[in-house]
Design a protein around this ligand. Structure first.
Ligand code: ZN
Length: 251
């Protein structure tokens, strides 16, 4: 499967310039996106789509050329070619582009959709923003083993080379997305960490931000511990959503 690494939004935070690292994957079941960035609607109706809290800290650049839709068009595809979207979680910088791909089936953990539909935590009320109705396909932590992660979920209608890997904590139903390409496994870790240094246990301003916006502290630390162990085994290439150096190096 051919994998394209995309930056689907640039965020100018007080802690530095961040990217929104998404994937476009050419699969036998059609084009698939892992996360969608902000999307065109955020440019047209920024206040309505982004709310007040997210732009305050993240200061998104809002450039049409960075939207997932315009980027896949430059690769020679159109919106309807995107048959599947796999989401790490439903924060607006990951799911905002859903409205640009109305024909896609959207795969995510059931806990994430439940949290989005009935926000109970302060972070959920602040950071989840209205999204269009989508063709949701939800999963409960599964029974598939993926490199020692015992609760991975194979995805309906997709090759076994793509799995959701539950990594809760940042949000209640947060997950990584594993993709096997020609030279081995990639794991898109979403917002399980924000900066590569966190995998080495280094403290950063973004680590503090991660604490502020987490749904479950203990679960987030456990997910991070498991990712550190995986990175140490070097059996997959890990990257998160927002670290520009990982995007530059393509993990
Ligand atoms: Zn994020």
């Amino acid at each position: 499967m051919k994998v394209h690494h995309l930056n689907c939004a640039t965020l100018r935070t007080p802690a530095g310039v961040l990217v929104c690292h998404c994937l476009a994957v050419e699969t036998p079941a059609g084009l698939l996106l892992v996360d969608t960035g902000l999307g065109l609607e955020a440019l047209r109706l920024p206040r309505a789509r982004l709310g007040a809290s997210f732009p305050l800290f993240c200061r998104p650049r809002l450039e049409e050329a960075e939207t997932a839709l315009r980027q896949i068009e430059r690769l020679g595809f159109k919106s309807a070619d995107v048959r599947h979207i796999v989401l790490t979680h439903l924060d607006i910088d990951h799911a905002g582009g859903l409205s640009d791909f109305p024909q896609a089936t959207v795969h995510l953990l059931a806990d994430e959709l439940a949290a989005f539909q009935a926000p109970a935590l302060r972070r959920e009320r602040l950071l989840y923003r209205p999204l269009p109705a989508a063709r949701w396909r939800t999963y409960s932590p599964g029974a598939a083993d993926w490199l020692g992660f015992a609760n991975a979920c194979p995805l309906e209608g997709l090759p076994e080379d793509i799995l959701l890997v539950p990594l809760p904590g940042h949000t209640r139903g947060h997950a990584g997305v594993a993709v096997r390409c020609e030279d081995g496994w990639l794991l898109h870790c979403g917002d399980a960490y924000f900066n590569r240094g966190e995998l080495d246990g280094r403290l950063s301003l973004l680590g503090l931000y991660a604490n502020l916006v987490q749904a479950d502290h203990a679960a987030r630390l456990e997910s991070l511990r498991r990712l550190r162990a995986l990175a140490a085994r070097a059996s997959a290439r890990l990257f998160c959503s927002h670290d520009p150096s990982e995007l530059k190096n393509k993990a």
